[in-house]
Ligand binder design. Structure first.
Ligand SMILES: *[C@@H]1O[C@H](CO)[C@@H](O)[C@H](O)[C@H]1NC(C)=O
Ligand SMILES: *[C@@H]1O[C@H](CO)[C@@H](O)[C@H](O)[C@H]1NC(C)=O
Ligand SMILES: *[C@@H]1O[C@H](CO)[C@@H](O)[C@H](O)[C@H]1NC(C)=O
Ligand SMILES: *[C@@H]1O[C@H](CO)[C@@H](O)[C@H](O)[C@H]1NC(C)=O
Ligand SMILES: *[C@@H]1O[C@H](CO)[C@@H](O)[C@H](O)[C@H]1NC(C)=O
Ligand SMILES: *[C@@H]1O[C@H](CO)[C@@H](O)[C@H](O)[C@H]1NC(C)=O
Ligand SMILES: *[C@@H]1O[C@H](CO)[C@@H](O)[C@H](O)[C@H]1NC(C)=O
Ligand SMILES: *[C@@H]1O[C@H](CO)[C@@H](O)[C@H](O)[C@H]1NC(C)=O
Length: 488
């Protein structure tokens, strides 16, 4: 019997000459079924009726819609079935839907009909057995390890299994690394982000983290943080194929209202985003376990994949976990004031979020002392103490790139910002001018007229200049790697 998880597409000629209607059903596999006899109208209809007659009528959703705009134009409105919901289950799905077809998970996604995300088991094959030792793939030099009786690590990794990233050497840990053990099966990582228009940073995030993250929880609202109506930019990009190759890992959360009181006090709106995202995500995702890990980030923060690998594979550390992030402004070429870094408590197990944070993600940011962790501590026998990964001077556990947009994006961010964090620069018309914004980027100036940022002289001198996907795509991200308004 098939369960409710995946998508089936049936193509059938329902409308005489004008052809293809797709049915999308949530069932066991993503399936793409093409009837044998395109041209023969009656047989196609028969196919469909046969399939429909086999199906129990009480289970699942189907959407019917024309596949191409060309088709849409040919079919009279009155002939098209509305994209109505029919409950059926397809019994035998024999054609597996494949990437590369011009079909992807979010193509026809309707945010008003949220999809359940069934979290599956994660990453088999993270370790390789070299003549009787198990070595962590990402941390191991396979050529050298296959010869000896121990794992030989690549630079940046250590430990008997080459599974400890070097940033941990320099981190003060409430529990020693010798007390931590590699798990039998890795935990799943749920990475949660509220988005507005951070398109490029999102592209970077998915490329950096998609191997280690099991589900990206992406929350988008049709209101700005200021409370103004906005389009679902992110969703429409997904529908057009943005992040196509990662879409099967996205759980999209639609925030369709603006919290009362959010206009007067912007922090109410800001906090509400995360509270809503967390609560909703735990209803839209199924199959998670208490020891899976939630990693919360702002759209301009990207945790390092090395650190996430460690957290995924190991047991025995204390939580919550804070990340020390390399802080840059306008691009990776301006460093924060006085080499400032960001430290933000971002990760904890689902059990911690449920029992210590009352399932409210905003509480993850608070020191555990302010929360009630006693029940959790004793029920789960867990150590509750904030562990900060990465010292202030580096190595770092990720990147925080503030205002890292082209000037147009900075302008959008000014206008969208919540009514808090005063002065609210978006309230000043002059600060919205693109020429003014370009000047800030050029000179490393802030909106208050100060010059707090330091230029990073050479990219090569700095091991944490930018995430590796940015470094390996220098043309695409040139505006983030080099100051676009300076010649040197
Ligand atoms: C979720 O997936 C698991 C394993 O892949 C499966 O056993 C379970 O039935 C699925 N649940 C639903 C509701 O589809
Ligand atoms: C599905 O149908 C095909 C051909 O009709 C058959 O060979 C196969 O065994 C069926 N699979 C299942 C799971 O029923
Ligand atoms: C590694 O493989 C060898 C032989 O293939 C096997 O005997 C051994 O148990 C494996 N070691 C581990 C740790 O899985
Ligand atoms: C592994 O070690 C060999 C020999 O030292 C070296 O040539 C190769 O570049 C190393 N590979 C990696 C991925 O570090
Ligand atoms: C980190 O610690 C391990 C083991 O204690 C050591 O082998 C490795 O060289 C250290 N790395 C750095 C960068 O200090
Ligand atoms: C946001 O979406 C909800 C649900 O579709 C709708 O009721 C509401 O009117 C929308 N708000 C705006 C500003 O479009
Ligand atoms: C939303 O998109 C539509 C169509 O692209 C556009 O006309 C409208 O101005 C946009 N609304 C906002 C608030 O940006
Ligand atoms: C709780 O955890 C500690 C350290 O991991 C362990 O020594 C102790 O036996 C555990 N207690 C219980 C009741 O499981």
């Amino acid at each position: 019997m098939l369960s409710m998880r995946h998508v089936i597409g049936l193509s059938v000629g329902l409308f005489g000459m004008c052809e293809l209607v797709y049915l999308f059903v949530q069932v066991n596999y993503q399936v793409y079924y093409k009837p044998q006899h395109h041209s023969v109208e009656n047989e196609n209809e028969q196919d469909l009726h046969e399939v429909l007659s086999l199906l129990p009528k009480d289970r699942l959703n189907i959407w019917m819609m024309p596949i191409r705009s060309r088709v849409k134009a040919q079919v009279k409105k009155s002939e098209i079935l509305p994209p109505s919901v029919i409950d059926i289950l397809v019994p035998n799905a024999s054609y597996i839907w494949k990437e590369g077809q011009d079909n992807y998970v979010y193509r026809y996604y309707d945010p008003l009909k949220p999809k359940l995300f069934n979290l599956s088991e994660t990453n088999n094959g993270l370790f390789t057995n070299f003549s009787n030792v198990l070595c962590f793939g990402h941390g191991t030099n396979a050529t050298l390890s296959s010869k000896g009786k121990s794992c030989v690590c690549v630079s940046g990794w250590s430990g008997a299994e080459c599974a400890i990233p070097h940033v941990l050497n320099k981190s003060r840990m409430p529990i020693g690394i010798d007390k931590m053990k590699i798990r039998k099966s890795p935990r799943r990582i749920l990475h949660a982000i509220n988005v507005n228009h951070e398109v490029d940073m999102s592209e970077v995030r998915f490329h950096e983290l998609s191997d280690v993250v099991d589900v990206f929880i992406i929350c988008e609202s049709n209101y700005t943080a200021f409370g103004m109506p906005k389009n679902l930019t992110f969703l429409s990009l997904l529908q057009k194929g943005f992040l196509k190759e990662f879409q099967h890992k996205i759980a999209y959360i639609f925030l369709d209202h603006f919290p009362s009181g959010g206009k007067e006090d912007g922090w109410v709106a800001d906090r509400y985003l995360r509270t809503f995202m967390g609560k909703k995500a735990l209803t839209q995702i199924i199959g998670y376990r208490p020891d899976d890990l939630i990693v919360l980030a702002d759209a301009d923060e990207i945790p390092s994949s090395d650190v996430l690998w460690f957290l995924k594979m190991y047991d025995g550390y204390s939580e919550p976990i804070a990340f020390t992030l390399r802080w840059s402004y306008y691009g990776f070429f301006w460093k924060g004031p006085n080499d400032k870094h960001t430290q933000v408590t971002s990760a904890a197990t689902i059990a911690y979020v449920k029992y210590v944070c009352d399932s409210d993600l905003i509480k993850l940011r608070r020191p555990p002392k302010q929360l009630n962790s006693d029940v959790y501590r004793s029920a789960f026998n867990r150590s509750v103490l904030t562990w900060t990964i990465g010292p202030p001077q580096g190595p770092f556990a990720g990147w925080h790139c503030s205002w890292c947009f082209p000037p147009q994006g900075i302008q959008t961010k000014l206008i969208s910002a919540q009514n808090g964090d005063f002065p609210r620069w978006g309230n000043f018309k002059a600060k919205q001018s693109l020429d003014y914004i370009k000047g800030l980027i050029r000179d490393g100036k802030y909106f208050d007229g100060s010059h707090p940022f330091k230029a990073i002289v050479t990219l090569k001198s700095d091991a944490f200049y930018a995430p590796s996907y940015v470094l390996s795509n220098p043309k695409r991200f040139s505006y983030l790697l080099h100051n676009p308004y300076r010649s040197t």
